[in-house]
Every structure is written in structure tokens, then in C-alpha cells.
Design a binder for this molecule. Structure first.
Ligand SMILES: C[S@@+](CC[C@H](N)C(=O)[O-])C[C@H]1O[C@@H](n2cnc3c(N)ncnc32)[C@H](O)[C@@H]1O
Length: 209
């Protein structure tokens, strides 16, 4: 299947247009994740030489933040959906951000083994259905020894109707990511936070290979 044939590409053909104007109101923790991830890279002494990739980079907002936080680092963005990546391309060009972009479904061939110091997933893995387990294994393979993974995403909800609604929007809300991250990476920081008075919880995870 080409990336253009993915059901997600159909979904984002419309949503890309309103993405940046709407997602600030519910994709919480993204700036915090980027700041924490960048701080660990600086602590590792890689501020100017880090090779960092965001998988499912969408419209590129996190790439811009990463490149501001880590000037001199190689920043790469990968996304399956052309309509989202086109927005990222424009944002990168507008701000002269040095990020390189790739339109592809994330997989073993996306990067060389051991070639990354930081992999970021921001509200992407809950949309890898199927494929989130393979994506975590692949990220582990792409990271250099000691490399970092930074993830922010939806965790769970007590409300069945909300879980169903998120399913309609291609998001799986089942608390399934945290345990799998913990089993593959050494946790450096983990946070679980409520949103909208507990309608759902989201998490941040920073781990090391
Ligand atoms: C909710 S958006 C998050 C965008 C951005 N990371 C953010 O925080 O705003 C999820 C993104 O993951 C991308 N995505 C989903 N499955 C993917 C896959 N298998 N490979 C690459 N990107 C994928 C989607 O196209 C979408 O742009």
C-alpha cells in the first residue's frame, strides 16, 4: 500500500487544514516532552551533534521546537500522510529550520541501525494500529547504544463513549503503550497526567536504550 492509500491519509486530507488551529486544545504535554528530551541530549553532551528524529511528525511543530532547543543537531521528520508533511515542509521552509523530511510509513528501512541519538513519538503511536509494537522495536533498533526515546501520548479513559469516539479518529486509547515502553527501554522519567478533569489521561515517557 502506498502512503497515499492509507486510511489515515484520507483522514488527514481534511484534518491537516485545521490541525494546528485545534490540536493545542487537547494534545497536551508536547512542549514539555521536547524540553525534557532536549535537556537529556544536552546532558549527554550531544547538543551540537545529536541525530534526532520525530516519527509521525505531522505538521512539524515539534521539529521546529527541537531545532530551536538543539541548534546544530541533525533533525529528521518522518510521516506517512502527505497532507500533513506538506504543512511541515512549508513550516520548515518559512522558518529556515534545517529539518529533513521523509514521507513514508515508519519501518526498519527508514534509518540505519544504531544511527539515532533521540527518537520522538508525539501523539503518533496510538495511531499506529496495527504496528505500534513493531514501531517500538524498530525505534530501539535505530537508536545508538545509550540513545533516548521520548514519547507523549494518550493513555486511557474511564469513559467508553470517549474511547469509541477516539477510535473513530483512529486513536487507540487502551493504556497499552507504557508497559511496552518500560519493557524495551530503561525509564528515565515517566509522568501520567489527567486531562479535562480526568476524561482521559496522557503520559510522558523518557527512556534510554
Ligand atoms: C496526531 S498526529 C501527531 C503529529 C505531531 N507528532 C504532533 O505532535 O503534533 C499523528 C501523526 O502520525 C502519523 N503516522 C501515523 N502512522 C504512521 C506511520 N506508520 N508512519 C509514519 N507516520 C505515521 C500521521 O500521519 C500523523 O501525522
Amino acid at each position: 500500500m502506498t502512503t497515499d492509500a492509507s486510511p489515515l491519509t484520507g483522514y488527514y486530507r481534511f484534518h491537516a487544514r485545521i490541525y494546528d488551529a485545534t490540536r493545542w486544545s487537547f494534545l497536551f504535554g508536547r512542549d514539555r516532552l521536547i524540553n525534557l528530551a532536549a535537556a537529556t541530549v544536552v546532558r549527554d553532551g550531544l547538543e551540537r551533534s545529536a541525530r534526532a528524529a520525530e516519527i509521525g511528525c505531522g505538521t512539524g511543530r515539534n521539529l521546529l521546537a527541537l531545532s530551536r532547543a538543539l541548534p546544530g543537531a541533525s533533525i529528521m521528520g518522518v510521516d506517512l500522510c502527505r497532507p500533513m508533511l506538506e504543512r511541515a515542509r512549508r513550516a520548515v521552509a518559512r522558518t529556515a529550520c534545517p529539518a529533513q523530511l521523509q514521507c513514508a510509513a515508519y519501518g526498519p528501512d527508514t534509518f540505519a541501525s544504531g544511527s539515532l541519538d533521540l527518537v520522538v513519538f508525539s501523539y503518533a503511536l496510538t495511531m499506529f494500529n496495527p504496528g505500534w509494537e513493531a514501531a517500538l522495536d524498530t525505534a530501539r533498533e535505530h537508536l545508538a547504544p545509550g540513545g533516548r526515546i521520548a514519547v507523549v501520548d494518550f493513555h486511557d479513559t474511564p469513559a467508553g463513549w470517549f474511547r469509541a469516539w477516539m477510535g473513530v479518529n483512529h486513536v487507540r486509547l487502551a493504556g497499552h503503550l507504557m508497559p511496552e515502553l518500560q519493557s524495551r527501554f530503561t525509564p528515565c522519567r515517566q509522568e501520567l497526567r489527567p486531562a479535562y478533569a480526568g476524561l482521559w489521561r496522557y503520559f510522558l515517557f523518557l527512556g534510554q536504550k
